[in-house]
Unconditional design. Structure first.
Length: 278
């Protein structure tokens, strides 16, 4: 049967698929809309299967924070090319995923997609439209019942940060500005922990051993190695723990000093940093 432009347009509105894909699906289904939709979905599943071994190293990081800054979600969704990562279909899908993550309060991508079959189908449908592998790599939700959460997505959406604060007495608008500065610090300097006491024991032991080995190679006396390694560890704390790093916007201040200058009680207690796994 002859397929009209009106039919193609209607199917496109229902599915979001391209004009030519809609026309082919309608022709194959003899104008049956339900069969045409199924054909388009199968196309997406076929692409997912064919491209299973492809690398999905591009994509975006998206965050959502509640109006009262008490709850947040952040996700990483990957595809094969930067071209698709910038496409409307991919961005719309990522925004839907972060919304569902926020609602579900889950922190497992696999669990989210297994629980929300409608969302899982949308991922497959978008694969069919863009012709690339799409993966929901990471999701998380965070709450701050006794504090606030501030987010920062770096330009290009390749990197995102959430920072949690406690002992909040500062008004919300001012805290958001402070929080954005701290989140930008995390994005730029990639600290390993909030403060010295938060550094894992394994990392501390590793850094001490590295310091000793460096001193040993420099010919330092064996009895001096421990002291030299401790000095190097202090340097590590200054460079790699958030509260002790120099503030990137004013290197005369550490982050601790910057926060104290705004509100002596305010504390950054945790951060999460997502960057594309490239």
């Amino acid at each position: 049967m002859a397929i009209t432009a009106a039919q193609v347009n209607e199917l496109r509105k229902k599915t979001g698929a391209g004009m030519m894909d809609c026309k082919k699906a309608l022709a194959e289904s003899n104008g049956d809309f339900e069969k045409a939709i199924e054909i388009l979905r199968k196309k997406g599943a076929s692409i997912a299967s064919k491209r299973a071994d492809k690398s999905a190293n591009e994509g975006i990081v998206v965050a959502k924070v509640s109006d009262d800054y008490k709850k947040a979600a952040m996700i990483e969704v990957n595809c094969e090319t930067d071209f698709v990562a910038k496409s409307d279909d991919f961005i719309k899908l990522a925004n839907e995923i972060v919304e569902e993550t926020y609602k579900s309060e889950l922190s497992s991508a696999q669990q989210l997609l297994e629980t929300d079959t409608s969302l899982s189908s949308k991922v497959v449908d978008v694969m069919g439209k863009v012709g690339e592998k799409i993966e929901v790599s990471r999701i998380l939700t965070e709450k701050a019942e006794n504090g606030l959460i501030v987010d920062y997505i770096h330009m290009g959406s390749k990197l995102g940060v959430l920072v949690k604060f406690d002992n909040v007495t500062t008004n919300a608008d001012e805290l958001v500005e402070i929080g954005k500065n701290i989140a930008m610090q995390v994005a730029a300097m990639n600290p390993v922990a909030v403060d010295k006491d938060d550094v894992p024991e394994k990392v501390l032991a590793q850094e001490l051993e590295i310091g000793k080995e460096q001193a040993r190679r420099e010919g330092k006396p064996e009895e001096m190695l421990e002291k030299i390694a401790q000095g190097k560890l202090n340097k590590f704390f200054k460079e790699s723990t958030l509260m002790n790093q120099e503030f990137v916007k004013d290197n005369k201040l550490t982050i601790r000093q910057y926060l104290e200058s705004k509100d002596k009680a305010l504390k950054a207690t945790a951060f999460i940093r997502f960057t594309l796994n490239v």
